[in-house]
Design a protein around this ligand. Structure first.
Ligand code: NBG
Length: 801
């Protein structure tokens, strides 16, 4: 066989792997390392994707199908090899091959670095969407930036976060195809000249394609990432005159553009380089989209019938003006038609209401970096003002700033939030006025996650148990998982369900022991909070409760406590001092608690550094209790919450984001609810004494703050947390104090249930069985029907392969 055909047997795969080892890598099997085998296996698996990928592309062209273009500054992919093997049904064959050549498949899989081209939920959502679009057969492209350095690596030094650069591209990346022939010039600065733009600087955006294979290899789409290249390599004249640094300037300028991912999550910085990155992605994508469209159709007026462009948050919101510019300045279309066409083509997803996250650029910076776009933005704004007679405080350009949210809204035919509650709040708060002017434009599409990665790949014991019971249909159609529901009452099934979880907990305990030197008991409750560190997510509420629990355990060690392991994971933005202080506190508390002989068998706190997608795959299947404790109204959706539910963890949470829908789906009796609602939060904040009142009423909360302020967890530096405690009393914007007692009490209900394994397991099974709604396949079908107006190419087809 040749390596570009899909090998079906272990023997055929082995042959393909060995060919790559020999001829692609030039390695002798006798000397091949785990890296060499990983590369050879990746190339052999990649070969298997190429055929369905070509077929999908051909079918899209032949059927003249509408394509979806998902523009996102972030794609948090994680590893690719295992995911691809699972979707192609080649995992078992690969295991055989690995064993035959004397390696463990796990070791090979774990040799792959995570592609960490994103910060958190927004980027991981984009990755789940790509996989679901391929699974469903929605013809689509993802467009992003090929950052040389993804999200920083996190270490702890003395309990404090230290960042080091991430370097996933140091070793060759076997999943990409460089496409130097697909390259576009991207301009910056210069001046707007009547009906056009003369940029002063420019770089070249050069394409790198990664195929994304769907479940069972039926369809494959492309993730196209842009790398920046200089338009001229170097200035030969300057080089010859001996000015080597200046000679290399054009190259240095270009390289910085795609060098590094901005590590801010839900905060906005206003840096010129970031605006340039956003335009770089957007302009390259739009030029590519129009080029492809024009190879098939000659009438640009038909664009919205064949093309849907989705803006993932406001980061690519310059797409409105840029599309208008390309249509008018470059293709000669008339202004109002171009505006209409752009709007009919574009959709915008809002992912946060936090005011500090809403992008706005000073008109000075926008006018300087993108002078022609600034003109276009002003004209869009004028047209809108005239057409709508909107109130004076509404508009794109306000206070000498360009509001990217308003721009994205006004240039889109649909705007969506990411959970029912969030979409509702989008209508009532950030876009209140625009919603009245354009009723019906804002809709909801509740987020989802792919069950291939988050259940089948991450949790083999549970996936096998489910498939043994109800067949494999759930993998491609998660709604089928509800047929598990009756087994919640079946004692044998509950025992097996528990055994699957225990297998994962043992594996995690071993890993924690090996990597952190902390011994944890797999029979204790694993209580997990993993996500970016942010005040609104309230990791400090969790660690305060941990301190109270520890304190009360010490006072009364024989009170029948449920043994717990509190597990934290997550990074703070490098410049976010308060979040970094919370990290420090968690690590300080862990050091004290983990060394306390009194509570040795009752409580441990672990915080493995450098949380990423691969670590999530390890932690989520081993979790008993999922912490989703944000201040109500602040977490747009959450997607980790859905992964836990699928994997049979129970949730302790507030009525925030998609928690609301999770609770509805699994049943309120199978969810630990606490805390103020979004409305109550707003009202409570009006009382300037809300924190003080709550602390004064709570003995537990007082003891916690007292212990911290006395330096109990920082004996060598007792004043360390004075600022933190002061904020808890006086600047508690996220209502930790107001929710503390309610949270503590809910945790004791968790304890009680955990001590009744049968009752716990019944609820855990129901959580998994009722998680069908949270598949990203359902989400994508929603976008296809309500926003993109496009259909699956796989309807009525058995298989493309
Ligand atoms: C995040 C929200 C999450 C949500 C993801 C995906 C940003 C700006 N927003 O709640 O905080 O789940 O987006 O929608 O990162």
């Amino acid at each position: 066989m040749t390596t570009n055909m899909r090998p079906v047997s272990s023997a055929a795969l082995k042959q393909a792997v060995e060919q790559h080892l020999t001829y692609t890598l030039g390695k002798d099997a006798g000397h091949a390392s785990v890296y060499d085998w990983r590369m050879a296996l990746s190339f052999a698996i990649r070969d298997c994707i190429v055929e369905p990928w070509f077929r999908a592309t051909r079918s899209t062209y032949e059927g003249q199908r509408k394509r979806v273009y998902y523009l996102s500054m972030e794609f948090l992919i994680g590893r690719t090899l295992e995911d691809a093997m699972i979707n192609l049904g080649l995992l078992e064959a690969a295991r055989d091959v690995a064993n035959e050549v004397g390696f463990d498949l796990r070791e090979i899989i774990e040799d792959e670095p995570d592609a960490a081209l994103g910060n958190g939920g927004l980027g991981r959502l984009a990755a789940c969407f790509l996989e679901s679009m391929s699974t469903i057969g929605c013809p689509a492209f993802g467009y992003g930036i090929r950052y040389e350095h993804g999200l920083f690596r996190q270490r702890f030094e003395g309990g404090q976060q230290v960042e080091t650069p991430e370097d996933w591209l140091t070793l060759p990346h076997p999943w990409e195809f460089a496409r130097p022939e697909s390259a576009y010039e991207i301009g910056f600065k210069g001046e707007a000249v009547d009906g056009g733009w003369r940029p002063a600087e420019s770089v070249v955006a050069s394409a790198y394609d990664m195929p994304v294979i769907g479940w069972q290899g039926r369809w494959a789409n492309t993730l196209r990432l842009w790398g920046a290249k200089p338009t001229t390599l170097f200035d030969l004249e300057r080089f010859n005159s001996g000015d080597y640094a200046a000679a290399a300037e054009p190259e240095a300028l270009a390289r910085t553009l795609s060098r590094v991912l901005y590590p801010d999550d839900t905060t906005y910085q206003g840096k010129e380089l970031r605006l340039k990155q956003e335009f770089f992605l957007t302009s390259a994508a739009l030029q590519d989209i129009l080029r492809r469209f024009r190879t098939e159709y000659d009438d640009l007026a038909k664009l919205p019938t064949k093309v849907a462009i989705q803006m993932n948050d406001t980061h690519p919101a310059i797409a409105g003006p840029e599309l208008i510019r390309l249509l008018t300045d470059v293709h000669g279309m008339e202004w109002s038609q171009a505006q209409e066409i752009a709007r009919a083509t574009l959709g915008y997803t809002n992912h946060t209401l936090l005011p500090e996250a809403l992008e706005r650029w000073s008109t000075w910076l926008m006018g300087n970096v993108l002078p022609r776009h600034m003109q276009i933005i002003e004209r869009i704004d004028d047209d809108h003002r005239r057409a709508t007679k909107r109130p004076a405080h509404v508009g794109i350009v306000r206070n000498n700033e360009v509001q990217m949210g308003e721009l994205a809204f006004i240039m889109s035919h649909k705007v969506n939030g990411v959970s029912a509650l969030h979409s509702d709040l989008v209508k009532k708060t950030v876009f209140h006025d625009l919603n009245e002017i354009h009723p019906g434009r804002i809709i909801n599409q509740t987020n989802g996650v792919t069950p291939r990665r988050w259940l089948k790949l991450a949790n083999p014991p549970l996936a096998k148990l489910i498939s043994d019971k109800i067949g494999e249909g759930w993998i491609g159609d998660l709604e089928q998982i509800k047929t598990l529901e009756p087994f919640a009452k079946d004692a044998d099934f509950r025992r097996d369900f528990r055994a699957a979880k225990r297998t994962n907990k043992v594996a995690l305990s071993n890993w924690v022991g090996e990597t952190m030197g902390v011994k944890i008991d797999p029979d204790a409750m694993f209580d997990v909070q993993i996500k970016r560190i942010h005040e609104y997510k309230r990791q400090h509420l969790n660690i305060f409760e941990t301190i109270a629990l520890w304190h009360n355990m010490r006072e009364n060690p024989n009170a029948g406590w449920a043994p717990r392991v509190k597990i934290f994971g997550g990074k703070s933005a490098p410049g976010y001092a308060v979040a970094k202080e919370i990290i420090h506190l968690i690590n300080d508390v862990a050091a004290v608690i983990n060394n306390d002989p009194v509570t040795r068998d009752l409580l441990k706190v672990v915080y493995p550094p450098n949380y990423n997608v691969s670590m999530a795959e390890r932690l989520i299947p081993a979790t008993d209790l999922s912490e989703q404790i944000s201040t109500a109204g602040k977490e747009a959706s959450g997607t980790g919450n859905m992964k836990f539910t699928m994997n049979g963890a129970l949730t302790i949470g507030t009525l925030d984001g998609a928690n609301v829908e999770i609770r509805e789906q699994v049943g309120p009796e199978n969810f630990f609810l606490f805390g103020l609602t979004a409305d109550e939060v707003v009202k409570r904040r009006r009382n300037v004494r809300h924190a003080r009142d709550a602390i004064e009423a709570s003995q537990n909360m007082q003891s916690v703050l007292q212990m911290i302020v006395e330096g109990r967890f920082s004996p060598s530096d007792p004043d360390r947390y004075h600022g933190l405690v002061d904020r808890a009393w006086n600047h508690d914007h996220y209502l930790v104090a107001a929710d503390f007692d309610s949270y503590y009490d809910a945790q004791r209900k968790v304890d009680a249930l955990y001590l009744d394994p049968d009752a716990w397991e019944e609820q855990a099974v129901l959580n998994t069985a009722r998680s069908g709604f949270f598949s990203s396949d359902r989400t994508i079908r929603g976008y296809m029907a309500d926003i993109w107006e496009t259909e699956s190419a796989l309807v009525g087809e058995e298989s493309l392969t």
